[in-house]
Design a protein around this ligand. Structure first.
Ligand code: PRX
Length: 649
């Protein structure tokens, strides 16, 4: 068992060339007392076609929520990620592509090559009628074309919306339709962990539910056979050869949308989170530089998928805006064996490594010998994201991967926040395993009493985590539904942005995220609305009713626990359970598959018919002692029945 320290001071010998603790404190103070001045200066880290004269114009008042940063500035995100680096680092590697199969050579794509690919890709999009403001859905695996596609959209002012390649055709169709996309970009098949996902076939299935005007751009990646519909399907690589290598970058207003990314909320329908160009880019670039103490020449590896916000901000936009070398990994941590992450770190001399606690926990279970086989001496900073990191995993990461000399940055943030909100800064913040420590520059966290909404002023306290003022990376709206945006984030605690998370602040002012307080669960660092899984389950003809909750899961952080009430004439069986698991996989995707399905002849409901999830959560957690008051239930006996048959697998 690895010893867990309570506090880990900055490792001796670790040098942060940006600033020390005192400088950071001073910068933080300025960032919240004079945001205009602070962000006015920080905004200059980008190249602007027309410089901004206004910095911040934001209002959190419910009913009038309006967020604008650098609003009169004009810029282009792809120019900031590519063109401006060409004179000084055209021959430097921008992207290292590490394929799924370790025998396939890695690709080193220079900034010059990236420029040509993105320009050509942009011209392909234009040739398909994609114009400024149009939506483009990207359904690609972790291949360089995913980055080319994102940057190509940015170049011509189109708004990309990436759909994680693990999502089902139905989920893809919903996102194409909600965003009103003109084009979907996919690949023939996607190798992952030695297996292949039929992406094009999924896209074909999705497009049956979309307008027949939607074009399908196909990257022939593996060369696997797929169906082909002439007039609708386009071979991207072939077309890229036939278009000009130059595509002028479209001047975009700072507040023009850069992308939409769908994420789960507490109600059934995923929300299209909208990020705009100027503020998001400033924030992604700045957090990438400071949180990871990134320096010119460093090789940065974020293991997330580009289908999630972490991939947007810390594989593509942040690193490339900073002229970094960023690693894109097509595979999984355990293929061909549990040493793959570390083999890749050694091979590409990775300096900053950023992954999720669930990956660390699963590798930890394989034993430290998989790490010890490799030379990890290039590593300087380790990052964690997606869920609270348990202290044992933290200590293992520190000892075996970081050899005690690499600061660990536990970064708390969300799809909605665009970039890090709470995080240590390497070399400046002593860390505590399990705590995301302190706010990033410009972030004003507050802890509120969940019931009374009263702001808790004592340092040591617990409650819900809200943010009291805007920061440049904040989402601006929900695509097509500004009212829902205000309702979701600004209605419950007036005047604040509500994160949906609970937290504790300790006597040193360190923040500890205690998990979601809404009906969102976090499965392996992926966010899942329980309502989404419920609506998938009840769409099955055998299911009358379903209630889904999270429960502690050793590897995934949280697992999906589904209580299912069957139709009167349906008998429970193992086959039916398997069928329902498969059903959810096809309705949403493999990440939504319930870990446990419990047959529930009845669900605990109040007399007005509301399901008491609190009780279901307790039963799923195996915590029967604290069920609380069950006297308001219409039929308290269902609770005993559920306890008796808990987890009836
Ligand atoms: O509950 C928090 C958890 O993940 C949620 C955000 O999920 P998503 O939008 O998918 O973004 C994940 C990657 C940025 C948060 O509301 N979360 C994220 N990072 C942490 C975390 N919980 C604890 N510690 C973290 N470092």
């Amino acid at each position: 068992m690895t010893q867990v320290p309570e506090v880990k001071e900055v490792p001796p010998g670790f040098e942060n060339a940006h600033a020390d603790a005192a400088k950071y404190r001073e910068m933080y103070k300025e960032s919240i007392t004079d945001p205009e001045k602070f962000w006015g200066r920080e905004g200059k880290r980008l190249d602007w076609i027309t410089p901004y004269t206004k910095v911040k114009n934001t209002d959190f008042t419910f009913g009038h929520v309006d967020i604008k940063w650098f609003e009169d500035g004009v810029l282009n995100a792809s120019v900031n990620c590519i063109d401006r680096h060409l004179a000084t680092r055209g021959d430097q590697t921008a992207i290292i592509f590490e394929p799924d199969d370790p025998e396939t050579p890695a690709q080193h794509i220079t900034y010059k090559e990236l420029s040509e690919k993105v320009n050509r890709f942009a011209n392909v999009l234009s040739s398909q009628g994609v114009m400024r403001g149009d939506r483009v859905v990207i359904y690609l695996p972790m291949i360089p074309e995913a980055a080319y596609a994102m940057l190509a959209c940015a170049r011509i002012g189109a708004i990309h919306s990436i759909v994680f390649a693990g999502f089902s055709p139905d989920a893809l169709a919903n996102r194409i339709n909600d965003s009103g996309a003109k084009v979907v970009i996919t690949a023939d098949t996607a190798p992952r962990g030695g297996r292949r996902t039929p992406l094009k076939a999924n896209a074909d299935a999705a497009l049956l539910h979309c307008s027949d005007k939607v074009r399908c751009l196909v990257v022939k990646h593996t060369g696997d056979q797929t169906t082909w519909i002439d007039g609708r399907d386009v071979d991207v690589k072939a077309m890229m050869e036939n278009v000009s290598p130059d595509c002028p970058a479209r001047p975009m207003n700072a507040e023009d949308p850069l992308f939409i990314l769908y994420t789960s909320g507490s109600t059934g329908k995923p929300k299209g989170v909208v990020h705009t160009t100027g503020g998001y880019m400033v924030y992604a670039a700045m957090t990438h530089q400071y949180t990871f103490d990134y320096h010119d020449g460093d090789v940065f590896w974020c293991t997330a998928d580009v289908g999630w916000v972490t991939g947007h901000s810390y594989i593509v936009y942040g690193p490339l805006a900073n002229g970094a070398t960023t690693v894109m990994f097509e595979g999984v941590p355990t293929y061909p064996d549990a040493g793959r992450f570390w083999a890749v770190c050694e091979k590409h001399k990775v300096n900053q490594f950023y992954t999720a606690p669930t990956a660390i926990r699963s590798l930890m279970g394989q034993g430290p010998e998989w790490v010890e086989k490799y030379d990890l001496s290039a590593l300087k900073v380790l990052g964690s994201v997606g869920e609270p990191i348990n202290p044992e995993a933290w200590a293992w990461y520190d000892k075996y991967v970081g050899k005690g000399k690499c600061p660990i940055v536990d970064t708390f943030w969300q799809t909605e926040t665009g970039g890090h909100m709470l995080t240590p800064l390497p070399g400046a913040t002593p860390t505590k395993p399990g705590s995301a420590t302190r706010p990033f520059f410009g972030v004003k966290p507050v802890v509120l009493d969940p019931q009374t909404a009263v702001k808790q002023d004592e340092t040591e306290t617990e409650g819900v985590l809200c943010i009291s003022d805007s920061w440049p990376g904040q989402m601006r709206t929900i695509w097509g539904d500004h009212e829902r945006f205000q309702e979701t984030y600004f209605s419950q605690y007036k005047g604040y942005y509500f994160t949906g998370d609970g937290c504790r602040r300790d006597s040193d002012g360190y923040y500890w995220i205690t998990g979601r307080v809404d009906d969102v669960i976090n499965v392996s660092g992926h966010r899942m609305g329980t309502a989404e899984v419920e609506s998938a389950l009840v769409a099955h003809q055998a299911v009358a009713e379903a209630a889904v909750v999270g429960y502690p899961h050793e590897l995934k952080g949280q697992g999906i626990y589904a209580y299912v009430t069957l139709m009167n004439d349906v008998e429970p069986s193992d086959e039916l359970r398997k069928e329902l698991e498969k059903w959810v996989r096809t309705e949403i995707g493999p990440i939504a598959k319930p870990d446990i399905i419990q047959w529930a002849p009845g669900l605990p409901k109040t007399r007005s018919g509301k399901i008491m999830r609190r009780i279901l959560r307790k039963i799923a957690e195996n915590d029967f002692g604290s069920l609380g008051d069950t006297s308001t239930l219409a039929d308290p006996s269902v609770v005993d029945e559920l306890i008796e048959n808990r987890g009836n697998k």
